[in-house]
Design a protein around this ligand. Structure first.
Ligand code: C2E
Ligand code: MG
Ligand code: MG
Length: 719
């Protein structure tokens, strides 16, 4: 022992009783040894020594006990083999590994190491140790090994791990917190960048969470967030990492994902999953979710840029009417600013007479007689042309302008309807925020008395979102409106979270079946038609009328009438019309409209008018995209392209679509895509995958000096 202690430098927590080693020389060697023996017997601290090869040469008896071995069994074994670096260690250790320090004759300064579990006595919990030690040399200066201490720090270490868990994880949901998500995403992106690997980022924001929190209370809000976290875990599984950034904001990143089709599907699934009703503390709550998505490296190479892109996409998703997802695209950069400008303009739009109501007929299918009209708002913006409600109603709702706008619409619609035959009703859409206003019934009464319209000719169209407001206010409004004698319709039925029990108790006279079911029933989706039949049956049983919205083609008409639809509102009969046109059509008391439209419903084909690149062999042409659908495109500007020619369309932003020419008529060619495009969440279409910008740039450069095979003509010059 005396020999082993030679050169002992005193590690942490092991200062000898008599202070610095210099004074130790004056103490009687026997007494000194006795003191060290006592220290060595204390639990939780042991001494060790290695030979020049890093093998254990000495270990305190207490150390052997802790290891569950006899000295004979471990002496001569590699010292580094006793410990391992803890995989769960909080914070990244920049320290050199033990083995390296032993080999390089370095100093060991308070290294925190975990005892290799197999080494620990059977059944003992894992333990952590701080290991310190000094390299020692003999009188000739030759390295003879290390001497040092090891101290049990399990309790302190556990606490540190817990603290760092609290610093990295959200205590409410157990998900990673903002801090951890930032760090992890940064790490992943940095590791992926050199290899050009991709990473999808989803930002999620709950819709109407604040309302639930306010009405049901904070404990219920907390419980709801926990359930949201569970559902997210279910949706993502181990494909990515999920975090809660705070409030009702969540983040998910998915390494090695760049397929926008798959991401769009995932976002749809998440939104559907989170929109299912929740049961919290005996109450039923319904919220929605919006998702913004960006993909590295296309939409941002580092964390900051990628998050900014996903954030803009989320912003657009929320503005698009909630319950939606959006991919980032360069156009979104301006949307935030656009919206602010629109809000300013909207403040003065009514005064300037820029807001108008159009009227769309509701028609009885049996005899094609018009039974009423729905008032639909339009904004004739001085610079932007006609704006649809989906653009400006959300702005009005968020800014509070909806109250003035809604009051105007109600008064105007009542006044216009007095000029129609007595048997025709007018339907007016009411935003949830208006309905939640205690003075709303008075507003309705005023509109009726000012115009002189009979109360039963006015129908208010409400959506299921009204049930999220204070139940007392909602019930009082229902009573007051029923007392006035106006009719109530439940709009967009089937798109929200309709509970059959609300239907039973709320005094609706009519259900409006949402357009999405009609669209679905001609897309070879038998469920669409079945749901329509079920809704109509349900409404019949509850004594309510039904109107089926959005019928555009005869095949849809046949399908929905076969399923029991008696009233239809859709383009097949008429688009929304200005009041002047409505009056012009009203020569007779019974107004009839003959249905008119395509035989079969075709999924929306978007007319576009955009310059794109067309690549054939190694030449790049410029052409005009006239028409784009998921499966193909119509292109203007190339003459002499035979059918069957393979082309690549450069749709911009790294989107290359490979296709074959299936029609060629002078300068107009039809191209069928090899891989269908996917939805961008905003009704637009995008390619599933993208190629990095530098690849496109290189291809464009290479194509510069090549000889064209086809003639390029300018569509604009041809008129
Ligand atoms: P909504 O109340 O469900 O109105 C029906 C929407 O479907 C209208 O869109 C109408 O033009 C459209 N539509 C009707 N038939 C067809 C069809 O056959 N095919 C297609 N593709 N569409 C059809 P619009 O006018 O753009 O209004 C959108 C939404 O904006 C309305 O949905 C309503 O929720 C809201 N809105 C409109 N006017 C007002 C208003 O004055 N106040 C409030 N609060 N909301 C309004
Ligand atoms: Mg409506
Ligand atoms: Mg509707």
């Amino acid at each position: 022992m005396r020999k082993l202690l030679k050169g002992w430098g005193g590690g942490a927590g092991s200062a000898p009783e008599h202070g610095n080693p210099a004074s130790a020389a004056s103490v009687d060697p026997a007494r000194r040894l006795a003191i060290f023996d006592e220290i060595e017997r204390a639990p939780g601290l042991w001494f060790w020594a290695t030979d020049a090869e890093g093998r254990l040469a000495y270990i305190s008896a207490s150390g052997c006990t802790r290891l569950g071995v006899t000295a004979a069994e471990c002496i001569g074994q590699p010292f580094a083999g006793l410990f391992e670096t803890d995989p769960e260690s909080p914070g990244e250790s920049s320290e050199r590994p033990l083995q390296f320090l032993l080999r390089s004759h370095g100093k060991l300064a308070d290294m925190i190491l975990r005892l290799v579990p197999a080494r620990a006595a059977q059944g003992t919990a894992p333990s952590w140790w701080t290991v310190s030690g000094q390299p020692c040399h003999d009188d000739a200066g030759t390295f003879i090994g290390h001497r040092g201490t090891a101290r049990d720090v399990t309790v302190e270490y556990r606490r540190k791990v817990e603290d760092s868990r609290a610093a990295e994880f959200d205590s409410l949901t157990g998900l990673a917190n903002r801090h951890r998500m930032s760090r992890r995403l940064e790490q992943v992106l940095a590791a992926y960048r050199p290899a050009g690997r991709t990473c999808g980022l989803l930002l999620l924001d709950l819709d109407r969470f604040k309302q639930v929190n306010d009405t049901l209370g904070h404990p219920a809000g907390d419980e709801l967030l926990r359930q949201v976290a569970q559902r997210l875990r279910k949706a993502i599984g181990d494909r990515g990492e999920i975090g809660r950034l705070g409030g009702d904001e969540f983040e998910v990143f998915l390494p090695d994902v760049d397929d926008r089709g798959a991401l769009g599907d995932l976002a749809t699934r998440i939104i559907a999953l989170l929109s299912q009703p929740y049961f919290v503390e005996g109450d039923r709550a319904v919220i929605g979710a919006s998702v913004g998505m960006a993909i590295a490296p296309f939409d941002g190479q580092d964390r900051e840029a990628l998050v900014r892109s996903a954030d803009l996409a989320l912003y657009a998703a929320k503005n698009g009417g909630r319950g939606q997802y959006r991919f980032f695209s360069a156009d979104l950069r301006d949307e935030k600013e656009e919206r602010r400008l629109l809000e300013d303009d909207l403040r003065v739009a009514v005064e300037r007479g820029e807001i108008a109501l159009l009227y769309q007929p509701v028609v009885r299918t049996a005899d094609h007689a018009v039974v009423g009209f729905e008032a639909l708002m339009r904004w004739e913006h001085s610079e932007r042309g006609t704006l649809l409600p989906e653009i400006f109603i959300p702005i009005a709702e968020e800014s509070g302008l909806i109250h003035g706008l809604g009051a105007w619409a109600l008064a105007q619609a009542c006044a216009d309807a007095t000029a129609w035959p007595q048997n025709l009703r007018v339907s007016v859409n009411v935003s949830p925020a208006q309905f939640a206003d205690r003075d709303f019934p008075t507003l309705v009464a005023d509109a009726l008395s000012a115009s002189g319209l009979a109360a039963d000719r006015l129908e208010l169209e409400l959506t299921e979102a009204i049930f999220l407001a204070d139940a007392e206010v909602t019930d009082a409004a229902f009573r007051a409106l029923k007392a006035l004698g106006v009719r109530l319709a439940l709009d967009d039925f089937g798109t929200g979270f309709s509970s059959l029990s609300t239907l039973r108790t709320a005094p609706f006279d009519k259900l409006k079946v949402d357009r999405s079911f009609v669209e679905a029933c001609t897309l070879r989706d038998q469920n669409g038609a079945r749901i329509i039949a079920a809704i109509i049956g349900l409404a019949d049983a509850l004594g309510m009328e039904t109107v089926v919205e959005g019928v555009e083609a005869f095949d849809q008409f046949d399908l929905v009438t076969a399923r029991g639809a008696r009233f239809i509102q859709g383009f097949l009969y008429s688009e929304p019309l200005p009041q002047a046109d409505v009056l012009a059509r009203m020569e007779s008391e019974v107004l009839r409209i003959a249905p008119d439209g395509p035989k079969r419903h075709r999924p929306e084909r978007r007319s576009v008018y955009r310059r794109i690149g067309v690549i054939h062999e190694d030449h790049r042409y410029e052409a005009l995209l006239r028409d784009l659908s998921a499966t193909g495109a119509r292109i203007d500007g190339l003459v002499g392209v035979p059918e069957g020619t393979g082309l690549v369309l450069d749709l911009g932003g790294g989107q290359l679509a490979i296709g074959t020419v299936i029609r060629s008529d002078q300068a107009m060619i039809g191209v069928e895509f090899e891989l269908p495009l996917v939805g961008d969440g905003a009704g637009g279409l995008v390619t599933r995958h993208r190629v990095a910008p530098h690849v496109v740039a290189a291809a464009t450069r290479n194509a510069a000096g090549t000889v064209p095979k086809f003639t390029e003509v300018s569509p604009t010059r041809r008129g």
